[in-house]
Design a protein around this ligand. Sequence first.
Ligand SMILES: [Zn+2]
Length: 193
Amino acid sequence: MTSAFANPQIKNTVQLPLGSIKEAVKFIIYLDYNYKLQPFDDNSNKYRFESRKFIREGAFIDIALLEGSGSATEIAVEVRKISGDFEKTREVKSASNHIKDIDKLIGNILKLSPEQKEMYKGVEASITPGKGLKEFTCSNCKKNFYANRKINAIAICPHCKTRNLVVSNSDGSGWGTFFETVFMVGNIFRGRK
Ligand SMILES: [Zn+2]
């Protein structure tokens, strides 16, 4: 017989309106693709994410929001294993990393400008060449797609839907030249502490 540990959880009240926290929670998927938002009822103010990050067998991260008085919002986060209970201290510790991540992600999202949010959401790239479009190669399926050469943003591969970060030249020469490389945005955010 092994004794199960309690699910890691945290509850905190922030001085921000429910609406902005809801939007931030739903935006997590654009900043960290390790978190998959499950189907939800927006009126319930409850959101469940599935993730294989930190725990190989997978975990559910449940976020429940509650409207407080004077535009405050209570945020409750609980991490549970997809199947079974936490049986080892090490597992509980790993699961707690989700709470730290979610906390950091929501904090970062709340700081994003509308323009930055658009950038993170990305634009669907074209399957065919066109005026003002530049050819890129998808980091995942290696097929070519065409994206606006003026963007420094996420282009969604029209073939496989992988999100590619299309990078502008950072050497100060402006928009005239670009790095030919396109890489997965996930590599930038994933695992960064
Ligand atoms: Zn692709």
